[in-house]
Design a protein around this ligand. Structure first.
Ligand code: PLP
Length: 494
């Protein structure tokens, strides 16, 4: 631990008897009241005893230890860490939205339901789908929801043999995990050296036991899967459905639609492509779209439009079940809707090409020093297989750590699994030329140091509170609370 940067924990600032509040007793007329004895604690809770300024400084300083898109460049591949416009926050803070209760009768929240329905329709247009549900809370949750729709579809046709889902080996880890959660067996499909799906391998695995094929396009290596029409024809001929992992929709936004490529079911990450805040475990939203014929299996509840335009909230007769309380993370949905409306169709269609341009600019400015395993241009993101000159022993982990001293968030590392030293960079469209150039300059400096002075890079970062934790210990026995810290300190002094 870097002592200079270490500030005392709020528990260490505690002074017995110090208070941050003073409340008057509660009296009504002549009588004074206090909580009935049976509702009171026998012992005081174990909380720090501090004054109000100490509490405020604690939270303010803690927030500064975090890094977000509002602090600096965040090129975390596959995560689309684009800037979240503040107008989204302003919209969701308006009293008519912030003050809603989910149990209010539908006739009293027509405006909110109209926002919900408006976003569903916009996503249908963007994805080329017939219907969307906005209920799921995350991308992985959307995958699970979509796969449950596919399961319901096959079961409804009494096609019970379809228990397997094909997943490319380049897929995000959530794909096989969601398929397993939905009760399917997973069959891996190989990739070709250029990172795209091996169509022959995929076709050889298609039979009457396959329920669906999950595809990501552009895939997680940042390559556009050119063979989707051929794959889609083969999958449909075998009686299976095409699932689109739309977490990487950003580069296709307004340019191409999964529905037009033959996908039957898809999810979108609003906390990636649609600029709602991201990370720290949520809240997020992973809406799911389906082609015509599958909408009846979507989870309950649904917002239904009567012929006179009135909106009601109803459960579907064929819905496979429920995935959320109420209608999902409504505040997240409002932010995405504000983003779509404030961008407009033309600007939405510009974001993908600009994100792609930014990614190619960085890739081509660094590929003399970093190993580019796939020669073709990339889409919105790309992968290096570590440094070209590995003689100094500097790994992708070292490069990622060294970036932190320069105020950049690290790229995604060691994913995808197709390469040993994967370093995956996704700049997004919201970064300006100066930021991209500053990042390129630093990446080049790191590469030069990795050859001439490798220890400098291996020992970085020098400016963060913690630099090189024992990774196994940090994962197995993390110190997350004051009690863990006390425990750990008493163990080390023993
Ligand atoms: C982010 C991502 C997911 C999972 O989304 P979560 O919201 O984190 O659950 C799935 N697939 C791909 C390709 C992703 O990038």
């Amino acid at each position: 631990m870097n002592k200079e940067l270490y500030s005392p924990l709020i528990f260490e600032l505690s002074q017995e008897g110090r208070k941050g509040f003073s409340l008057p007793g509660y009296t009504y007329g002549e009588t004074s009241y206090s909580l009935p004895a049976k509702l009171r604690r026998a012992e005081a809770p174990s909380l720090p005893e501090v004054d109000e300024p100490t509490v405020v400084r604690h939270y303010t300083n803690s927030s500064g230890n975090n890094f977000g898109v509002d602090s600096g460049f965040y090129p975390l591949g596959s995560c689309t860490m684009k800037y979240n416009p503040k107008i989204n926050e302003a919209m969701v803070s308006t009293a008519g939205i912030a003050g809603l209760h989910p149990a209010q009768p539908a006739q009293s929240v027509q405006g909110a339901l109209c926002v919900y329905r408006g976003l569903e329709k916009a996503l249908c247009e963007i994805g080329g789908m017939a219907e969307f549900t906005l209920n799921p809370f995350a991308g992985a949750h959307g995958e699970y929801t979509g796969l449950m729709v596919i399961r319901a579809y096959h079961l409804d046709r009494a096609d019970e043999a379809r228990r397997r889902v094909l997943v490319p080996d380049s897929a995000h880890g959530t794909n096989p995990a969601s398929a397993a959660m939905a009760g399917f067996e997973i069959v891996e499909v190989k990739s070709l050296p250029d990172g795209t799906v091996d169509v022959e391998d995929l076709k050889s695995k298609l039979d009457g036991t396959v329920a669906a094929v999950m595809m990501t396009n552009p895939n997680t290596v940042g390559m556009f899967e050119k063979n989707i029409p051929e794959i889609s024809a083969a999958v449909h001929a075998a009686g299976a459905l095409m699932y689109y992992d739309g977490a990487n929709l950003n580069p296709m936004l307004g340019v191409a639609r999964p529905g037009d490529m033959g996908f039957d079911v898809m999810h979108i990450n609003l906390h990636k492509t649609f600029s709602t805040p991201h990370g720290g475990g949520g809240p997020g939203a992973g809406p799911v779209g389906v082609r015509a014929g599958l909408e009846k299996y979507l989870p309950s509840p649904r917002v239904v439009e009567a012929s006179d335009g009135t909106l009601t909230v109803e459960d579907g007769e064929y819905a496979f079940g429920r995935v959320s309380a109420w209608l999902g993370n409504f505040s997240v949905l409002v932010k995405a809707w504000a983003y779509i409306l404030s961008m407009g169709a033309e600007n939405l269609a510009l974001s993908g090409p600009l994100a792609t341009l930014n990614a190619n600019y960085i890739m081509n400015s660094l590929n003399d020093l970093y190993l580019q395993p796939i020669p073709s241009p990339c889409m919105h993101e790309f992968v290096f297989d570590g440094l070209k000159d590995k003689s100094g022993g500097v790994t992708t982990l070292h490069v990622a750590k060294a970036l932190l001293d320069y105020g950049f968030h690290a790229p995604t590392i060691y994913f995808p699994l197709l390469f040993h030293e994967s370093l995956m960079i996704e700049p997004t469209e919201t970064e300006n030329r100066q930021t991209l150039d500053a990042f390129i300059k630093v990446m080049r400096e790191i590469a030069v140091d990795a050859t001439n002075n490798p220890d400098k890079i291996k020992n970085a970062p020098y400016t963060t509170p913690i630099s090189h934790p024992d990774e196994d210990e940090a994962a197995l026995n993390p110190i997350l609370t004051y009690r863990d810290l006390v425990q750990c300190q008493s163990n080390t002094t023993l």
